[in-house]
Design a protein around this ligand. Structure first.
Ligand SMILES: Nc1ncnc2c1ncn2[C@@H]1O[C@H](COP(=O)(O)OP(=O)(O)O)[C@@H](O)[C@H]1O
Ligand SMILES: Cc1ncc(COP(=O)(O)O)c(N)n1
Length: 314
């Protein structure tokens, strides 16, 4: 994909502040590949190195907080940022440093997406427990969007997230920390959707769907796709939040960006379903063509993407 510009020739730029995944499926590598695919110029601030592959995380080396600050400052002072995301932030000192720099820099008005990465698919912790409160108190108030999966949502609000009521309650509570919008991702949620919200799902979906629940300005909006039966889901969360960030960098409204990113990650999982890359949880296909945009998503609606089209199902 060619880098996109606006009518004045401005090149859209997106920044990821995250950990490196040597396996190339998650972290900085997933983010840059995804931003590139969306035609956005991608930049990276590396918070930690991981010796990682599809079977798990075999080692972590955290960057000194001062060096995270130096990378951030270098990017902000020279290249400029239209939208940014955080992924693996590793520890409290790095989170506090990122918050310090972002709250004083010119980027303060740029959309910030926080993907509160906590645990890799293999179970390795990617952030200290003691850092969660700092993430909540320092970073969430600056966020345009926070994108936790179900277990991360539970840790952030201090309650288990395993029912529709708990998803709704947790999203509302998370928004109170100051993020403009919240999306509770449904990759880990196996809830009964047959009758939830009165959705009219296509018969072929067999009710096996992955539902992402968005809470913004007091309203819930839902994005659904079929649930893909695949072991290759390494980096799905990173890829999803990087796609949203790339779209925000190009000026998309947040609900439209979430919808298009959700379609992209679904297509990327489908395309990599039968890949034999690695011996564990393989990556998704970051070279997936960008799905059609669904512009003007109505807050409060429920939308189903089948790999081709979006249908309103509420
Ligand atoms: N098996 C699957 N089929 C379809 N979509 C999925 C599947 N697993 C995850 N997703 C989607 O991928 C994105 C990342 O979700 P999730 O796996 O919950 O995040 P994380 O990678 O942070 O744990 C979400 O949009 C989610 O709905
Ligand atoms: C460096 C790094 N960052 C993030 C993840 C989480 O990956 P996922 O997107 O599957 O939750 C990871 N495994 N490694």
């Amino acid at each position: 994909m060619r880098v996109r510009t606006d009518e004045t020739g401005h090149v859209f730029r997106a920044l990821t502040i995250a950990g490196s995944d040597s396996g190339g499926g998650a972290g900085i590598q997933a983010d840059l590949k995804t931003m590139h695919q969306f035609g956005v110029y991608g930049m990276s601030v590396v918070t930690a190195l991981t010796a990682q592959n599809t079977t798990g995380v075999h080692g972590v080396m955290e960057a000194p907080p001062e060096f995270v600050a130096a990378q951030l400052q270098a990017v902000i002072d020279d290249l400029g940022v239209d939208a940014m995301k955080t992924g693996m932030l590793a520890n409290e000192a790095i989170i506090a440093t990122v918050a310090d720099v972002l709250s004083t820099a010119a980027t303060v008005s740029r959309p910030l997406v926080i993907d509160p990465v906590m645990v890799a698919k293999g179970g390795t912790k990617l952030i200290d427990d003691s850092a969660i409160a700092t993430l909540r108190e320092r970073l969430l108030p600056m966020a345009a969007l926070v994108t936790p999966n179900a277990p991360e949502t539970g840790v952030l609000v201090g309650a288990s997230v395993d029912s529709w009521d708990s998803v709704h309650l947790a999203a509302e509570r998370l928004a109170q920390w100051g993020s403009d919008a919240v999306v509770v991702k449904g990759g880990h949620l196996d809830l009964d959707v047959a009758h939830a919200e009165g959705w009219r799902l296509p018969a072929a979906s067999n009710q096996m769907v992955a539902v992402d629940t968005v809470y913004a300005q007091g309203t819930f909006t839902y994005f659904l796709t079929p649930r893909v039966n695949s072991a290759n889901t390494h980096g799905t969360g990173c890829t999803f939040s990087a796609a949203i960030t790339a779209l925000l960098a190009g000026g998309a409204p947040v609900l439209d960006a979430i919808a298009q990113a959700k379609a992209f990650i679904y297509d990327a999982i489908v395309r990599a379903k039968d890949w034999d890359v690695g011996h564990g949880h393989g990556p998704t296909d970051h070279s997936t063509p960008i799905p059609v945009a669904m512009s003007g998503v109505t807050p409060g609606g429920s939308y189903y993407y089948d790999g081709r089209n979006w249908t309103r199902v509420d």
